[in-house]
Design a protein around this ligand. Sequence first.
Ligand code: B12
Ligand code: SF4
Length: 519
Amino acid sequence: MADIVLINPRFEISFWGMEHALPFAGKRANLPVACLPLLAALTPREHTVTLIDENVEPIDWERCRRADIVGITGMSVQRFRMKEILAELKDRGCFCVVGGPWVTVSEDYFGDLADVIFVGEAEETWPRFLDQWRQGLHQVRYEQAEKTDMTRVPTPRFDLLKMKHYAFGSLQFSRGCPFQCEFCDIIVTFGRRPRIKTKEQVIAELEAVRKSGPHIVFIVDDNLIGNKKAIKELLREMIKWQKQRNYPLTLFTEASIDLADDPELLALMVEANFIAAFIGIESPDEESLRGAKKYQNLRSGGTLLDKVHRIQEAGLEVWCGMIMGFDQDDLGIFDRQIQFIQEGRIAFSMSGMLSAIPKTPLHARLAADGRLDLADTCEYGTNVVPLLMTREELRDGYVRVLDALYQPEAYFERTDALFLDPSFEIGIKKLCRWSSSPRWLPLEIMLFFQAVGLFIRLMTRVADRRLRIEYRRRLWRLLKVHRRPGLVLFYLFHMAMHFHAHQLAKRVASQEAMLINSY
Ligand code: B12
Ligand code: SF4
């Protein structure tokens, strides 16, 4: 039997890290990384597992020293901290194994600090490794020959997480995405054939996550709608589950823009109480999208803006990922990006410079062209050397876009264009008027108190007086149109997120820290 500790290292500050917004909600982290409770569930019962998420608690080094195996996960932004942790663990003589998105694409990165690495999915390799470790026969590198059969993935051990510290829960229904964006490592790691859990698994996970506490859950799929037919069937089951329990969970996820072309799918998502979808729009320029092989964003059925508006009108807020620095991007791209996001009424845009993730087709092409910066910490914030502008121009343009997007006037102009529309509603509330149904009352009363609490914290903790005045003014305008407590709370969450993005943009502009890129 092995005593195992699994660690998720502290994140560097990033857009979705929400670091400057979370304290307003009394939370320490956005959501737990999905792999830790899953690896715990994949661990045979004879072993013991302890999960440590450094984003919510300090690492207990003495506890790690006593463990037989310490496992570490992490993505690109965590790689420096992963190295530090591994070095500390090695000093204490720990046996260290590493898996997750970063080591998957950068296998040699940790060198001798890692005794064993896991490349890609680990549903089969993790139990196999434990078995071989017990016999003293383990290898130094594991990679599954076949992709994981998602219909056999167990329910994650949410009970091992300190859920009260997280703003949201996380669940995964499928892996893989059918598209072929040149910069994407997701399809390199998880493949282009979407693999989906069964409805029984999904319902069991919904139950398990509900019991663990959170009311808002992020479905962390690469692209929830990669297999539309299958996901529609799942959504129907989820709707039944939600209805029977009076909608205990509010959901958001990641999806591709072709969601806008399928009214039935949109309606099912809204009825299942999805309130927002993060969409990789990347660029308003067709040439850049074509160059990046993001063909799904070029399909007929209206302009990208039409599609964004259609999704919003159905009852989902659109959040987006945008990229600057494609080979087709000239110096006009920065203003076109700002204009698109404003016209799209998209509050949250994770705008970043194009980055070439190892193992992607983009990385191979740029390496062949001699257009890759090979430094680990790139002076210009990205390893890509752009084609139609200098590296300084790309960096300065990116900083300018971030600054422009998160100036209070611009941010609230686009947020209010959506929220002040009297017909704007999200999720199940789009389909069912809240005031006419007493079954929503207890929930809305709770949300009312949460909204009051959040507003008080914003007013007492935001140091900048001009921001506080702006927030008050904006809230007042909203209340003239919408008074449902849940929607007001959602708007206040946008204020907290504005504060986060505004702080982040300021840090990037002042270069007080390493230039932070979103990718
Ligand atoms: C959901 C998601 C998010 C969510 C939740 C993140 C979180 N904190 O968990 C949000 C939207 C918040 C997010 C944010 C970011 N994300 Co993100 N995210 C994802 C996504 C779509 C799914 C991740 C997931 O939960 N998968 C499900 C779990 C079960 O899979 P898994 O972690 O890969 O684990 C499996 C294996 O890898 C393995 N494994 C993993 N760890 C370990 C450890 C050991 C010891 C072992 C044995 C095995 C093992 O076992 C698991 C089972 O097979 C991935 C894409 C992807 N599919 O990987 C991007 C991805 C991980 N994100 C990425 C990035 C860059 C970010 C941001 C930095 C973007 C930004 N600038 O804001 C931020 C980080 C902010 C933060 N503080 O969280 C990149 C990372 C690139 C890389 N290769 O390192 C990815 C790959 C997407 C991409 N290409 O852009 N993200
Ligand atoms: S749509 Fe998203 S997940 Fe799919 S290939 Fe493109 S970037 Fe990757």
